[in-house]
Ligand binder design. Structure first.
Ligand code: ATP
Ligand code: MN
Length: 463
């Protein structure tokens, strides 16, 4: 089927050319013997205006077309005399592929709430908002690979089904092929997973980091970009049960290299969106007001503030106690309200917090000289809070073993991880960026459920 995408018609010079376009009707109106149709095909934030005089033979077909119909139209591209568009299509012929029921089509009216649109997740990509979200998401995905490939990182595919249950990043989903009606049991009443598909209990991964570590300690610089799963019961606007994560891991690198990589990465992604999605960002700026071209330009250019966890606590203690629901005290984790206070009120921009107390961070993070803190870093973004969590990894065998024992990590099943410290251990570092949090930050969408096509959250799964 030969068709021209609407984005091409609108951004390249098609005036005077005959084209065929296909898409869905956003609206139709008639005035003074001429009908106008706004057509969108998902490629562009803007619609193409189709113009059909009532003398044209296609006018007949047009009468029965409703909002939501899928059509094909051919004709001549002309300069538009009207406001709001530079060119329009003077229609010669129309084919209606599938009309839409005018009474029942849910996207008739403008200004549906995001909550309502979540209930029609299969139709919401046809709206301005979700078209924009998914196009931005696409540009960002592409830019992720561009960034790492340009720097010589090797894209590795870590497993989705995993045998390690000790990453500690959150609760795990079990993957099983056991018959739930007839579960094999041990005498003590526990399920006997030796009868399960893999001969032992398996899970959906919460992170590809541990596997990425052995790949980095062979290939140098690597990254993963894949789905991760957390069975935690967090019903917030920034948590999903299934989300995508990008995890670079670098051999021969320390925490400073890690922070630099994270900053360069976020800035690169931001600049790509500014370059390729200006219309989409302008749309979000106008209708949602949580993002702006100026803000993204700042983000893409200005260095991030860097502070230690200890300094962050000092700053937060200076703030009035009444501001926070949760206590601020050295040794306690930063809550999202504290993170937002640092980014939105104190530093007014992204903040990298480093060197957290070892008790609140994972066992694999490298112990600092002081014996109390670890070489961790979180990147906090305004309005969202944490978008990146990373660290330099513990490469010293004895210290790592002690940390595992303290954290009750089963050393036996992690011998392979310790081998990396036995044979050619090297300093290495990496981080995880939650892809949806980044899309949320850049688009300014208030809820993470609105930046992924099929959100999975506690008590909610569809499609
Ligand atoms: P949070 O404290 O916000 O729950 P976390 O400390 O559990 O985050 P990490 O385990 O460090 O996060 O995961 C790395 C990144 O993955 C986070 O910085 C965040 O961007 C993203 N992330 C973590 N959990 C979720 C989730 N449930 N939904 C979406 N993104 C998430
Ligand atoms: Mn979490």
């Amino acid at each position: 089927m030969n068709r021209t995408r609407i984005i091409s018609v609108l951004t390249e010079n098609y005036i005077g050319k005959t084209v065929t376009v296909c898409g869905w009707v956003r609206s139709k109106r008639e005035s003074k013997g001429v009908a106008f149709v706004a057509l969108n095909d998902g490629t562009s934030q803007d619609t193409l205006q189709l113009v059909i005089p009532d003398t044209a033979s296609a006018f007949k077909e047009l009468h029965c077309i409703n909002t939501g119909a899928a059509i094909r139209a051919e004709g001549l591209i002309k300069k538009s005399p009207g406001k709001g568009q530079s060119c329009e299509l003077e229609v010669n012929g129309i084919t209606v592929y599938g009309n839409a029921d005018a009474e029942k089509y849910p996207l008739q009216k403008k200004g549906h709430t995001l909550e309502f649109l979540r209930e029609i997740g299969h139709l919401r990509p046809r709206t301005n908002t979700f078209g924009a979200v998914f196009r931005v998401r696409n540009i960002l995905s592409d830019a992720v690979h561009e960034f790492f490939q340009k720097r010589g990182f090797i894209w590795v595919h870590t497993p989705i089904i995993t045998a390690s249950d000790c990453e500690g990043a959150g609760d795990l989903f079990t993957v099983s092929s056991l018959d739930f009606e007839k579960l094999p049991m041990h005498e003590n009443g526990d399920i006997d997973f030796s009868h399960d598909f893999f001969g032992k209990r398996a899970f959906l991964t919460v992170s590809g980091q541990l596997e990425a570590e052995f790949l980095a300690l062979s290939l140098g610089d690597v990254y993963t970009f894949g789905p991760t799963f957390r069975a935690e019961n967090s019903n917030t606007s920034r948590h999903l049960s299934e989300f995508w994560m990008i995890e670079p891991e670098m051999a021969f690198a320390d925490l400073t290299d890690d922070i630099k990589l994270a900053e360069d990465f976020v800035q690169y992604l931001c600049s790509k969106v500014l370059e390729k999605c200006e219309k989409e960002i302008a749309f979000f700026q106008k209708f949602y007001k949580n993002t702006s071209i100026e803000e993204l330009k700042d983000l893409a250019e200005k260095p991030f503030t860097r502070i230690t966890y200890t300094q962050a606590i000092e700053e937060l203690e200076k703030a009035k106690k009444a501001e926070f629901e949760f206590p601020v005290k050295w040794g306690l984790d930063l809550q999202s309200e504290h993170e937002k206070y640092l980014t939105d009120n104190i530093f007014k921009g992204p903040v990298v917090v480093t060197d957290y107390p070892k008790e609140i961070k994972a066992f694999y993070m490298r112990l600092n000289e002081d014996g109390n803190t670890v070489a961790a870093m979180d990147v906090l973004a305004p309005k969202i809070g944490e978008i990146i969590g990373g660290s330099q990894r513990e490469e010293r065998l004895d210290i790592l073993k002690n940390r595992m024992t303290d954290a009750s990590v089963p050393v036996k099943s992690m011998e392979w991880y310790l081998d990396l410290r036995r044979y050619g251990s090297a300093p290495h570092a990496g981080f995880g960026l939650g892809f949806e949090r980044l899309v949320q930050y850049i688009t300014g969408m208030p809820n993470i459920r609105d930046v992924i096509p099929c959100p999975r959250t506690p008590q909610h799964i569809r499609f």
